[in-house]
Design a protein around this ligand. Structure first.
Ligand SMILES: Nc1ncnc2c1ncn2[C@@H]1O[C@H](COP(=O)(O)OP(=O)(O)O)[C@@H](O)[C@H]1O
Ligand SMILES: [Mg+2]
Length: 310
């Protein structure tokens, strides 16, 4: 659905994007995960035709964004990082205004505005002025403005910054729904948890370079990071017997820890090993490694380290 090839953007001496290759498949939620200043917004601005690249190309649905600008714009919905709404208008009036910009008119416009207000959980507050909305409500209207015309591809640039957990949860539901109804979504974030929770595939970006791309599982496997299978047991088995039964385990405090890339395969082996030595299981827990660990390993610094830069 979207393909970037060797995409580069320089701002004078600063290289905001450096030879970025990305492929976003139709019908997926694709996450662009990186700290502030990584180049996420620059990427979105080029893909949405607002900014010219220094070199390289982006194609959306087979169309070159630099050559087929008008047709590309028709396919796209954009949710900008900065909330851009009219404070003195109501939520409903804002959506009517933005729907008009996207070419919706008359009954179709009214219907879509109502549907989107409903989807976003704003129907009851539709007549209220934006200036009286909470941060989370403004974010939701901002998203609504980008999806009114039912775009095939939606680019969302950090759409949940400053949003309370309840609104965030609601927004995630809306995004998953859009995907399930056939839209393709690019979602940028500097929150690892969001990327893990929401995105089908994720590209990790840092200093304008994509350092890795894949499902969370693939990313974690890429660095050989292992899950920890943690099994609680009762009774007093002979430690020497336990150790010889499960040579790859660390045992302490009635817990067995096994580091493995495939906990599902390791579990039956552990369970049968333990029943052989007459030990009862009391708990099973799989601690998966997260994207923070991947990011740290690949870039040498933490995602959160530069949180105040922008
Ligand atoms: N118009 C601009 N002029 C100069 N530098 C810019 C401009 N836009 C972005 N940058 C710089 O490019 C880098 C990437 O910025 P940006 O794409 O906004 O990152 P992100 O969205 O990941 O936080 C940053 O170092 C930023 O300061
Ligand atoms: Mg940004």
């Amino acid at each position: 659905m979207l393909e970037a090839l060797k995409l580069t953007k320089d701002f004078g001496p600063l290289c905001a994007l450096s030879e970025v290759d990305l492929e976003i498949r139709e019908g997926e939620i694709f996450g662009l995960l990186g700290p502030n200043g990584a180049g996420k917004t620059t990427f979105v601005n080029i893909a949405t035709t607002f900014l010219k690249p220094t070199s390289g190309t982006v194609r959306i649905a087979g169309l070159d964004v630099m050559e087929d600008t008008a047709r590309v714009k028709n396919l796209l919905g954009v949710v900008p990082q900065e909330i851009s709404l009219y404070d003195m208008l109501s939520g409903e009036e804002n959506l009517e205004f933005f729907g008009g910009l996207y070419g919706l008119r008359g009954g179709r416009l009214k219907t879509r505005v109502s549907e989107v207000l409903e989807t976003l959980g704003l129907a009851e507050r539709r007549k209220g002025k934006i200036s009286n909305y909470s941060g989370g409500m403004k974010r939701r209207v901002n998203i609504g403005a980008g999806i009114l015309h039912e775009p095939r591809m939606i680019l969302m640039d950090e759409p949940t910054v400053g949003v309370d957990p309840q609104s965030r949860h609601h927004i995630f539901g809306v995004i998953e729904n859009l995907r399930d109804n056939g839209a393709t979504i690019l979602y940028t974030t500097h929150y690892m948890e969001e990327a893990e929770r929401l995105c089908d595939r994720i590209a990790i970006i840092d200093h304008g370079k994509v350092v890795a791309c894949g499902t969370k599982r693939e990313l974690v496997a890429l660095i050989g990071e292992q899950s920890v299978l943690e099994i609680g047991f009762s009774g007093d088995p002979d430690p020497a017997v336990l150790e010889s039964t499960l040579p790859d385990a660390r045992i302490h405090d009635r817990r067995i820890l096994i580091h493995t890339t495939d906990p599902a395969a390791a579990l039956p082996r552990v369970v049968s090993g333990l029943s052989g030595v007459g030990v009862d299981l009391t708990s099973i827990n799989v601690q998966e490694p997260d994207l923070e660990a991947v990011f740290l390993r690949l870039t040498g610094h933490r995602l959160r380290d530069r949180g105040t830069e922008s």
